[in-house]
Ligand binder design. Structure first.
Ligand code: ADP
Ligand code: TRP
Length: 325
């Protein structure tokens, strides 16, 4: 059985980009029954951003509630909080010592984040992908379902494994990314950029947004064409309708776009309703779970116990390989 590993940082509510690019795939892969799966909340990675401790704590709980509400089943997936398994940080340190820093300076996300948080370019931002490699390789992860922006980090994971194996002998596997049909959902307001919570609230639709909020955000979405052809904003909305709407609705708007009769107000109205309906169940379950933080804690603790058993084994072999015992 192949092993799948993926994580998401608890940096805020999940949005429909996270959903279409990653979370939806987690659920499909989980339900296929074909894989051994590890899904975790990457809270250690979040420390690279300047979050208040109380806020981080709340966001971890919210993230867990959202994964569970989206359909992650702790009986089918080892679902845990990264920091509960301390071996991740230890393996990351060992990997730091085989990785040339030049490889890390080349990472697009490091460059982007260094610009975005100019006053906090901490060492963790640079070694972020090394910790990610540790997350994946700890469980001998072969497949990593992520959105397009994370492909570079999965490639770096292969480099880490190769460097380690060259020095200490063959131990870690080659890891591959797994993409969905929509690996890059674009921002509502700046459709040249990927939808990301770092751009601001009005650029993203959260899975937890109430129907009125979805409608309001879509109303402001950019659809204007610059010099003919299908504008990226309009293209983005159509691809969302393709994912969330019925075949019929999609065909109708797609044809109207081609013959020039499309009314974007109508497209936005239909899309708002479709997205709101799609996540109605999710919103209800999320709210229910958020009333039961002890239940969430229990689930995370039980996942951590299972993950730790595997991580301890990996680390005991790694320590031997590198000469620490
Ligand atoms: P954000 O950029 O909003 O902070 P994250 O970096 O936490 O999102 O991403 C979590 C997961 O969701 C990753 O697998 C990432 O590739 C995926 N993802 C994020 N944004 C998008 C998007 N706009 N389209 C598709 N997938 C995305
Ligand atoms: N870097 C990923 C993101 O921003 C989160 C992450 C951390 C991750 N560790 C991982 C994803 C391991 C896949 C596998 O979305």
């Amino acid at each position: 059985m192949e092993t799948i590993v993926s994580g998401i940082q608890p940096t805020g509510n999940l949005h429909i980009g996270n959903y279409l690019g990653a979370v939806k795939n987690f659920i499909a892969l989980q339900n296929s029954g074909k894989y051994e799966m590890y899904i975790f909340i990457a809270d250690l990675h979040s420390l690279t951003e300047n979050l208040a401790p109380d806020k981080l704590r709340t966001q971890i709980t919210t993230a867990a509630a959202e994964f569970l509400a989206a359909g992650i089943d702790p009986d089918k997936v080892i679902f845990f909080r990264q920091s509960d398994v301390q071996e991740h940080a230890e393996l990351a340190w060992i990997f730091n010592c085989v990785m040339p820093i030049a490889e890390l300076y080349r990472m697009t996300q490091f460059k982007d984040k260094s610009e975005r948080q100019e006053s906090n370019v901490n060492a963790g931002l640079l070694t972020y992908p090394v910790l990610q490699a540790a997350d994946i390789l700890m469980y001998q992860g072969a497949l990593v379902p992520v959105g397009q922006d994370q492909i570079q980090h999965v490639e770096l994971t292969r480099v880490v494994a190769r460097k380690f194996n060259q020095r200490y002998g063959d131990f870690f596997p080659e890891t591959k990314h797994l993409l969905t049909t929509v690996p890059k959902v674009m921002s509502l307001l700046e459709p040249a950029k990927k939808m990301s919570k770092s751009l601001g609230k009005d650029h993203v639709i959260d899975m937890a947004d109430e129907p009125a909020m979805i409608e309001k955000k879509l109303k402001k979405a950019v659809t204007a064409t610059e010099g003919g052809g299908l504008a990226p904003g309009a293209q983005n909305l159509l691809s969302l309708l393709k994912e969330f709407g019925s075949q019929e609705e999609y065909q109708k708007f797609s044809a109207a776009e081609k013959d020039g009769s499309i009314r974007y107000g109508d497209l936005k109205g239909t899309l708002a309703k479709t997205i709101a309906d799609h996540f109605a169940n999710f919103r209800a379950k999320r709210n229910e779970l958020l009333q039961q933080p002890e239940k969430i804690e229990k689930i995370l603790a039980s996942g951590a116990e299972k993950a730790r058993a595997v991580a301890e084994k990996t680390m005991s072999e790694v320590r031997k390989l590198v000469g620490l015992n």
